[in-house]
Design a protein around this ligand. Structure first.
Ligand code: GLY
Length: 340
């Protein structure tokens, strides 16, 4: 029987057939504790990493797609469709919290190893914006479609229009209307956005990012998640990064693109995420957004190292690889919520 090193080598050479089953199990607490830091120095592929707890089932679906012979772009699309379709996930797709007019408006983008990318923003009535974003990438001469144009394009591609406002989200919206105070809350119970990055069996990097955006936002508001360079960026020669948190702050700083540039200059994924979070803090420490500002990044590099870092405590992410299976890891952070 092949040892693990042989197994990884064969995987790297692409000699594993579709019948090969990679382990993507939940790891024990002891195994999880053995992950002492958020970096990993062993070349590592395939690798999937995604934001928050909804990343765990998303990673499983993405991993299954790779096992069945899918590419990285197939995997990230399949992965993030899980929280998009889950009405219990209140920050992504179906069941996402609406804007202040009670409308669920969705943003998503996807990017492949050839720097092809597609994006939709302010899309209503379509449960899987990530799949529409992929169609924009593959079937149009453009990168981004928005609003009514994105909806018409989706319908022309056979997507079904449906009501995405669940009774629970409608109830929460009506409660919010009583005070109508806009104060985004982004923490471990009330997270936002699934971003997923993957290195496939061929060593190619892909990424996807999808969200219903900030709850109670102004109608028409678009965050960082559909914006290539802000919510997601990758360079197949270097690595990939993706964001979660307050989109306005990530857009102001071109967050994910900057994390990739830090890796290009030799920083590890964890260091690169930290540098850009520190920069966001410096730019925002006297800003009106600081009271509720949370941003976090995940990143991977070409060697299969990964990392995550957030401004405030409470950001976690799901990682899946052949060595340790699928697990949650806590990101390191700059400050707790009490600190200013
Ligand atoms: N990060 C998601 C948003 O701000 O819309």
């Amino acid at each position: 029987m092949a040892n693990r090193r042989d197994f990884i080598k064969k995987t790297a050479l692409g000699t594993i057939g579709v019948s090969t089953v990679f382990s993507c199990k939940e790891v024990t607490k002891e195994e999880q504790n053995a992950v002492a830091s958020t970096t990993n120095s062993t070349p590592n592929k395939p690798l999937i990493i995604s934001t928050w707890k909804h990343g765990f089932p998303a990673n499983e679906a993405a991993w299954k797609t790779l096992n069945e012979g899918g590419t990285g772009i197939d995997a990230v699309e399949a992965g993030v469709r899980i929280p998009e379709g889950d009405p219990k996930e209140r920050s992504v797709g179906y069941g996402g919290l609406p804007d202040r007019e009670g409308k669920v408006t969705l943003d998503a983008c996807i990017m492949d190893h050839n720097s092809n990318c597609g994006s939709v923003a302010f899309l209503q009535g379509i449960k899987h914006p990530i799949s529409v974003a992929r169609k924009v990438m593959e079937d149009t001469p453009h990168v981004m479609l928005t609003g009514e144009g994105a909806l018409q394009f989706a319908l022309s591609k056979g997507f079904k229009e449906e009501n995405l406002l669940t009774p629970e989200s409608e109830k929460d919206w009506k409660k919010w209307l009583e005070k109508s105070k806009y104060k985004p809350v982004i923490n471990i119970e009330n997270h936002d956005t699934i971003s997923m990055l993957a290195i496939d069996n061929n060593g190619n990097i892909s990424g996807a990012c999808t969200t219903s955006g900030a709850a109670w936002k102004m109608h028409g508001r678009v965050g960082d998640s559909p914006i290539i360079g802000a919510g997601l960026f990758l360079d197949n020669e270097v690595g990939a990064a993706a964001a979660t948190g307050l989109g306005e702050a990530v857009i102001r700083t071109a967050g994910s693109a900057m994390v990739v540039e830090q890796m290009r200059m030799g920083k590890s994924p964890a260091e690169a995420c930290k540098i850009i979070v520190e920069r966001i803090y410096e730019k925002h420490k006297n800003h009106r957004d600081m009271e509720y500002l949370q941003v976090g990044f995940i990143a991977i590099n070409k060697q299969g190292e990964y990392g995550g870092y957030s401004l405030r405590s409470g950001f976690d992410f799901a990682v899946c690889d052949t060595e340790k299976g699928n697990r949650m890891e806590d990101a390191q952070f700059k400050m707790t919520w009490d600190a200013q």
